[in-house]
Design a protein around this ligand. Structure first.
Ligand SMILES: Cc1cc2nc3c(=O)[nH]c(=O)nc-3n(C[C@H](O)[C@H](O)[C@H](O)COP(=O)(O)OP(=O)(O)OC[C@H]3O[C@@H](n4cnc5c(N)ncnc54)[C@H](O)[C@@H]3O)c2cc1C
Length: 481
């Protein structure tokens, strides 16, 4: 590395949880220009890499990585982290509002829990317009009879992958898959100015005027130094994770009583069938859905007490969950009759995470807001989905934790300020990482709400760039159009 980097180090100040960079980073001085000349970018064709220089600490518990220059891979008006239901809506809306948009996604497809998680059901979407309505129409018209009958709310994850990619490409969104956000940089005005990623292309920096955190887990905001909450109580107890799977080898008419869309009795009936035959699923509400022709989806697994921020624990849970799904399907097959040919087509590549960080915003949605049916002048959308806290542990063998439902719920508004980070400027959130308490999150987290949140955050990001104001200075009337 160029020795000039030592003087450059003078304006890089270390700070807990990240690096604070002076505003001069975005207006290069001669030092920065000289440093940029020294940046070697790995050639993606030859498979070349930039080697890491480091020093092991004396106690061998840490590797001190040498300071290095990171190539700037992109510079857009808006950068969206996470291409799940919230992220694709944010990216599409920002691009349609005239912004240049970079979308960064760690998985190999767009859609998040919808696709990599094999979800197959969109909840709380009936009363939504805009991008949500557009997606339901596309999932229905390009999907199976089941998708059409459910107005697109029961969808095929493969069709969803394709539709989301097409919509983003058509809107002009620059998509980067297989890339994980690993850091964020704020300037001396406490404004987010850059993020860092890791991928096969190495470590890269991305500049933007506005950022939208749609990572579900609030990764971008946490790296930017925002305050956040996790789970409930001092142990940060979270809802369980679940792995979903696609199945085949059963006949739709024969298994109709067990299909979730047929009747409320379907889940208890399937649980009884399993238990009567010595199968004890970790999720007490096994949910079977018919997607199209010979394809079904199943949710029958709960992974309790796993932190969304512990890669080792997630790895163990993933292995456990996949094994359980295969064991349950093998168990059903051994019953013979209508189950004799049942088989697993695919298990989800991503273990479904219900809860990560809830980032502190400029409004905090609470259980009291749900109880009174909050009406807010800056309403992004109205949420109606019930309080839905899955059992937090295996005590009592329950499907859900009913004690959190006591306050009740009336349809309530999701206020725009709950999408604006409280602690830094230029950062919005959408999806399950917005600002709210444990109980409120259990309701607003579903995807029929994540999409309108993303749409609002994306439009706000784009319009705030155009008007040279921060997202919190925008009037809601200007965003909603
Ligand atoms: C098992 C399960 C069942 C559910 N059932 C339903 C249901 O039936 N219907 C319903 O509507 N909702 C359901 N939900 C809730 C719903 O799926 C989520 O709350 C919803 O997906 C939130 O959308 P999101 O875009 O905020 O997050 P996600 O869907 O989690 O998307 C986040 C995206 O960000 C990406 N990402 C994360 N971190 C990074 C990073 N550091 N860098 C780059 N990319 C990153 C992820 O890969 C992902 O694509 C369920 C959730 C789970 C887990």
């Amino acid at each position: 590395m160029n020795l000039k980097s030592s003087s450059r180090r003078a304006f890089l100040q270390s700070a807990a949880g990240g690096v604070i960079v002076s505003a001069s980073l975005t207006s290069p001085d001669t030092d920065a220009a000289a440093a940029s000349e020294a940046i070697r970018v790995a050639n993606p064709v030859s498979g070349d890499v930039l080697q890491t220089q480091g020093m092991l600490s004396a106690d061998r518990r840490q590797l001190i990585e040498q300071q290095r220059a990171i190539p700037v891979a992109g510079n857009t008006d808006v950068l969206v982290c996470g291409g799940g239901p919230a992220g694709i809506a944010a990216a599409i809306a920002a691009a349609r509002a005239g912004a240049s948009v970079q979308l960064i996604e760690v998985a190999g497809c767009l859609g998040g829990v919808w696709t990599a998680g094999l979800l197959t059901k969109i909840l709380d979407a009936e009363n939504k317009s805009g991008v949500m309505d557009e997606l339901l129409t596309a999932f229905a018209s390009r999907g199976s009879e089941v998708a059409r009958d459910s107005r697109g709310t029961v969808y095929d994850p493969e069709i969803a992958k394709l539709v989301l990619e097409e919509l983003c490409v058509d809107a002009g969104v620059k998509i980067r898959l297989h890339t994980r956000l690993v850091g964020a940089v704020t300037d001396s005005n406490n404004r987010v100015v850059a993020v860092l990623t890791e991928s096969k292309s190495g470590r890269e920096a991305w500049l933007a005027d506005r950022f939208v955190d749609c990572s579900g887990d609030g990764d971008l905001a946490a790296h930017a130094g925002c305050r956040f909450d996790v789970g409930v109580g001092s142990d940060c107890e979270c809802q369980p994770m679940s792995m979903l799977a696609l199945l085949t080898g059963i006949d739709a008419e024969a298994v109709r009583p067990y299909i979730r869309e047929t009747a409320a009795s379907a889940k208890p009936l399937l649980l009884k069938l399993m238990e009567d035959n010595g199968i004890t699923p970790s999720y007490r509400g096994p949910t079977l859905r018919h997607l199209h022709s010979g394809i079904y989806s199943i949710m029958t697994n709960h992974e309790y007490g796993v932190s969304a921020f512990d890669a080792d624990a997630i790895t163990q849970a993933t292995i456990r969950a996949r094994r359980e799904i295969h064991e349950i399907v093998n168990g059903l097959r051994s019953l013979g009759g209508i189950w004799k040919d049942i088989a697993v087509v695919a298990t989800a590549e991503q273990l479904g995470v219900r809860e990560g960080r809830r980032i502190r915003g400029r409004y905090h949605i609470t259980a009291q807001d749900l109880a009174k049916g909050l009406k807010h002048p800056e309403s992004v959308c109205q949420a109606k989905f019930p309080i839905d806290v899955h059992a937090l542990n295996q005590d009592g063998n329950k499907e859900v934790s009913r004690e959190f439902k006591k306050g009740g719920l009336k349809p309530y508004d999701i206020p725009y300020p709950a999408l604006i980070a409280a602690d830094v400027d230029g950062l919005l959130m959408a999806g399950r990482c917005i600002s709210g308490d444990f109980i409120a999150h259990s309701s607003y987290r579903v995807t029929g709400n994540s999409v309108p949140m993303g749409e609002a955050a994306g439009r706000a990001a784009a319009i705030s760039v155009k008007q040279h104001v921060m997202p919190h200075e925008l009037k809601w009337d200007e965003i909603k159009g």
